[in-house]
Ligand binder design. Structure first.
Ligand code: BES
Ligand code: ZN
Ligand code: ZN
Length: 459
C-alpha cells in the first residue's frame, strides 16, 4: 500500500508542532477549553507525544504534537510523523515554527508511519491524515514514501510467495510502470552465459536462480545498483540454527532496497542511465547443493573456495558485480543483507557502508542526516585483504576466525566491483517499531543515496 497526503481540505484540524519552551505561549492563544484540556492531560510537548484538544462543545478543534527538547529530538527522528498513529480520525494541517526541512521530515515521517502490510490480513489504516504542509514538494515526498513502501512490502512477503520467480515478477511490474527494459537469465542459462556462482548457490532450490537486469533512461551518467536477492537463506549445507533462520525471508532486503530506490529515481525522472542488477536465488538444501570445500570459478575467472555455504550473498553478488563492471558505469552501488557481523557492529538502525571515494562517503553521510536515514562509514581496510586469500584458491568466502566479518565481506565484493564503488551491508528489518518505522521490513540507505546522488554524479 502507498500512503499519500489528504486532498480534502474542507474540514481540517490545525496540528501545532510545539517544543517544550513554546508550550505556554501556544496555550495562551488557544481557547480555554483546549488549553485546560492540555494542562489536565499533563502534556509537556515531549518528543512525538500528540493530543487532540476539544472546543467548549467537546468537538476536536486543534491538536498538539510535541517536538521534545533538542537532545530528545536527536534520539527520535520522524517524531511528528508518529502522530499519524496516535491522533483520532481526522484531517490535520500542520502549523508551528518549523523550517522547511522540519516540515519535509514531518510529512515523510507521517506517510512512512501510515504504512501497513496488509497482504495477508486487513490492517486498520492510519485514521489521521495530513494535508501536505505549505512549501514542501509533496509529490517528491509521496514518491519517496512509495519507493520505501515497495521495499517494505517485498521484504515482508514470506519466501513462499516471494521466491526468485516472484521477485522477478515484481521487478518486471516496476519496470513496466516506468517504461524500463527488463531481461533475466534463469536456471541453466546461468551456466551457458557464465554466471557460475549464482547458479551454484541457487541450484538446489525449487525456484530457479536468476539474474534480473533492468535498464532505464538514456541520458546522463551511468549508475548501476546491485541488490542481494536471496529469497530465503537456510545457510545451505552449513545450515543455520532455527533462531538464525527465522527472519531469513528478509535476505532479499538488498534487492528490495534497490527496487524501492529505482522506483524513486524513475518516478522523479532523474537524468541518469540507471541499471539494476539483482542476482536472485534461494540458498537451500538438496542432493545437488554446493558444498563446503567446493572451489568455484567465478565469472571474473577468480576461483573461490567455499568455506561456508552460508556466506552465499558475496558469491551471487560477485558474478553480478563483475557483469555490471563490464560496461564500466560512472558509479556502482550494492545493497546487501550480507553479514551478521554488521548487525553486531552497529545494530539494526544504522546502515554501515563502504566507499572507495572519500567525497562520496561525505556526500552520503550528509544526505543521510538530511533525510533521517542513518548510515555509518566503514573502512575497506586493505591490510585485511590477506584474510580472504585461502592459499589453494584466489579467494575464501568465509575467513576462519570471523574477525571484521563485514569488512572482509566488503573487500571480497570489491574484488569484483567497478570503481568507484559504494557498498551497504544492511539489516533490512526493524525489530521494534519506531516513529516512521513500523516493525518489519525496512529500506536502509536508499534515501541517503538519493539525497547524495546530485553530488555523486554531478546531476
Ligand atoms: N544473510 C546472512 C547475513 C545476515 C544474518 C544478515 C543475519 C542479517 C542478519 C549471510 O548470508 C550470512 O549468513 N553470512 C554469514 C557469513 C559467515 C558464514 C562468513 C554470517 O554473517 O554469519
Ligand atoms: Zn547466508
Ligand atoms: Zn544471506
Amino acid at each position: 500500500m502507498t500512503p499519500t497526503f489528504a486532498t480534502d481540505t474542507e474540514t481540517t484540524i490545525p496540528l501545532h508542532a510545539v517544543a517544550p519552551d513554546g508550550l505556554d505561549d501556544l496555550l495562551a492563544n488557544l481557547p480555554d477549553s483546549a488549553a485546560s484540556w492540555s494542562r489536565a492531560q499533563g502534556f509537556k510537548a515531549g518528543s512525538g507525544v500528540a493530543i487532540a484538544l476539544p472546543g467548549p462543545d467537546g468537538v476536536i478543534i486543534a491538536a498538539l504534537v510535541g517536538m521534545g527538547a533538542p537532545d530528545a529530538r536527536a534520539r527520535d527522528r520522524f517524531q511528528i510523523g508518529k502522530a499519524a498513529s496516535t491522533l483520532p480520525d481526522g484531517t490535520y494541517a500542520l502549523t508551528g515554527d518549523l523550517t522547511l526541512a522540519e516540515k519535509e521530515e514531518a510529512a515523510l515521517g507521517w506517510l512512512l508511519e501510515s504504512y501497513r502490510f496488509d497482504r495477508y490480513k486487513d490492517q486498520s489504516p492510519a485514521k489521521a491524515a495530513l494535508i501536505a504542509p505549505d512549501g514542501i514538494d509533496a509529490g517528491r515526498i509521496e514518491t519517496i514514501a512509495a519507493g520505501e513502501c515497495l521495499t517494505r512490502d517485498l521484504i515482508n512477503t514470506p519466501a513462499a510467495d516471494m521466491g526468485p520467480t516472484e521477485l522477478e515478477a515484481a521487478a518486471r511490474s516496476l519496470a513496466q510502470t516506468f517504461g524500463a527494459k527488463v531481461s533475466s537469465i534463469v536456471g541453466e542459462a546461468l551456466i551457458e552465459q557464465n554466471f557460475p556462482l549464482i547458479h551454484a548457490v541457487g541450484r538446489a532450490a525449487e525456484k530457479a536462480p536468476r539474474l534480473i537486469d533492468i535498464r532505464w533512461g538514456n541520458e546522463g551518467p551511468a549508475l548501476t545498483l546491485v541488490g542481494k536477492g536471496i529469497c530465503f537463506d537456510t545457510g545451505g549445507l552449513n545450515i543455520k540454527p532455527g533462531s538464525s533462520m527465522g527472519l531469513m525471508k528478509k535476505d532479499m532486503g538488498g534487492a528490495a532496497t534497490v527496487l524501492g530506490l529505482a522506483h524513486m529515481i524513475m518516478a522523479l525522472g532523474l537524468k541518469l542511465r540507471l541499471r539494476v542488477l539483482i542476482p536472485s536465488a534461494e540458498n537451500n538444501i538438496a542432493g545437488n547443493a554446493f558444498r563446503p570445500g567446493d572451489i568455484l570459478t567465478s565469472r571474473k575467472g577468480l576461483t573461490v573456495e567455499v568455506n561456508n555455504t552460508d556466506a552465499e550473498g558475496r558469491l551471487v553478488l560477485a558474478d553480478a558485480l563483475t557483469y555490471g563492471a563490464e560496461e564500466d558505469p560512472d558509479l556502482m552501488v550494492s545493497f546487501a543483507t550480507l553479514t551478521g557481523a554488521a548487525r553486531v557492529a552497529v545494530g539494526p538502525d544504522l546502515a554501515p557502508f563502504y566507499a572507495t571515494d572519500d567525497s562520496h562517503a561525505a556526500a552520503i553521510t550528509t544526505g543521510a542526516a538530511q533525510v533521517a536515514d542513518p548510515v555509518w562509514r566503514m573502512p575497506f581496510h586493505a591490510p585485511y585483504e590477506a584474510m580472504i586469500e585461502p592459499g589453494i584458491a584466489d579467494l575464501d568466502n568465509a575467513p576462519s576466525g570471523g574477525f571484521a566479518g563485514s569488512i572482509t565481506a566488503a573487500l571480497f565484493l570489491k574484488r569484483f566491483a567497478a570503481n568507484p564503488y559504494v557498498h551497504y551491508d544492511i539489516y533490512g528489518w526493524c525489530p521494534t517499531a519506531k516513529p516512521g518505522r513500523p516493525k518489519g521490513g525496512v529500506g536502509q540507505g536508499a534515501r541517503a543515496l538519493l539525497a547524495a546522488l546530485p553530488d555523486l554524479l554531478d546531476l
